[in-house]
Design a protein around this ligand. Structure first.
Ligand code: MLT
Length: 327
């Protein structure tokens, strides 16, 4: 075989395997798909990703592996995926941070509305306000009084600037009129470990991680951040009903791919996502952890993109006006 023919044969083999940037994903997926998670393993985003990834593995007949890429409130992972090969083998899950980062970071190295393809939304997750077990207050009223009195001594953990635990903590401080010391972690999994160990005082975190700790009474629990009570914790009061009027934080999750990912791959990923959200094991696990699967209209590329745009339009001016920056 001449060198030229060898080169053509090699190029054809690469194209058939779908390895080139933006190459048609023929026979997609033919190998492992990596789902990038922007926070620490074992935390709320990771729990949603692993539940979804296991179900997508069953549906697609190829393994979906999780890669945790940490730092800067999820923006390091988002930038990594924005610049990854658009071949369908690197996808990304992120929450509200994909929208709020556009206000919080003045020099964001990626554009959430230009550098991605959209696969669909997954689930909405409430948050819970917690403290370490031996913090004296037993209810929200006592907590507010205690925090106002001891503001120099109380600290509040979060998963970095732009994480939802950071945003929820900021809302709490604003609502109560105090400024607390905040302690950033690479995700709320290590933040929860510190809370359980008594090294930090307070944490606002998602039910996907906190329900087991609340049920085991390993933490003090002061209420949920939805306006209505939630099925997974039916006896738990909302922060709103206890007097923090309109205190609402709901964490939404979307799945993305790099811009230019072939249509065939995007269609298969979306079909796998929708099938996974109908999987009874996924429904049971999400229900137990307080995660509400989104309606079918949101489990679509347009459902995610339109929502992301509306969230950017909502939060970017608010954050810029407040002059709160992460960089
Ligand atoms: C996590 O997975 O650690 C959390 O979603 C981080 C956060 O609070 O945003």
């Amino acid at each position: 075989m001449s060198n030229a023919i060898r080169a053509i044969a090699a190029a054809c083999a690469i194209a058939a395997a779908g390895w080139g940037a933006g190459a048609p994903a023929q026979g997609y997926p033919s190998r492992t798909v990596t789902l990038v998670v922007p926070f620490a393993a074992g935390g709320p985003t990771d729990v949603v990703a692993r539940t979804l990834g296991a179900a997508m593995t069953r549906t697609m007949g190829q393994t979906v592996v999780i890669e945790n890429k940490l730092g800067a409130g999820g923006t390091i992972a988002a930038n990594y995926v924005a610049k990854a090969q658009p071949d369908g083998y690197t996808i990304f899950i992120h929450h509200n941070g994909m929208a709020t980062a556009t206000g919080l970071y003045r020099k964001l190295p990626f554009n959430p509305l230009a550098d991605f393809e959209y696969i669909g939304q997954v689930a909405d997750v409430p948050m819970t306000l917690l403290a370490k077990k031996d913090l004296p207050p037993d209810n929200l009223r006592e907590l507010i009084a205690y925090v106002r009195l001891n503001k120099e001594r109380i600290n509040l953990a979060n998963a970095g600037l732009g994480a939802v635990s950071h945003l929820c903590g900021m809302l709490f401080q604003q609502a109560v009129g105090v400024e607390l010391t905040t302690i950033p972690f690479s995700g709320t999994a290590p933040a929860m470990t510190a809370l359980l160990g008594g090294q930090v005082d307070m944490l606002c975190d998602q039910t996907t991680q906190t329900i087991p700790q609340i049920k085991a009474q390993k933490v003090k629990f002061y209420g949920v951040t939805t306006l209505q009570r939630i099925q997974a914790l039916p006896d738990a009061p909302t922060l709103d009903e206890q007097g923090l009027k309109d205190f609402e934080v709901v964490v939404w999750h979307g799945v993305y791919a790099p811009k230019g990912t072939p249509r065939e791959a995007l269609d298969k990923l979306n079909a796998a996502l929708r099938a996974s959200l109908k999987d009874p094991d996924v429904a049971a696990k999400f229900a137990e952890l307080g995660a509400q699967i989104v309606p079918e209209s949101k489990q679509t590329p347009a459902g995610l993109r339109d929502w992301l745009k509306s969230e950017i339009d909502k939060w970017q001016p608010v954050i810029r006006k407040a002059g709160v920056y992460a960089d």
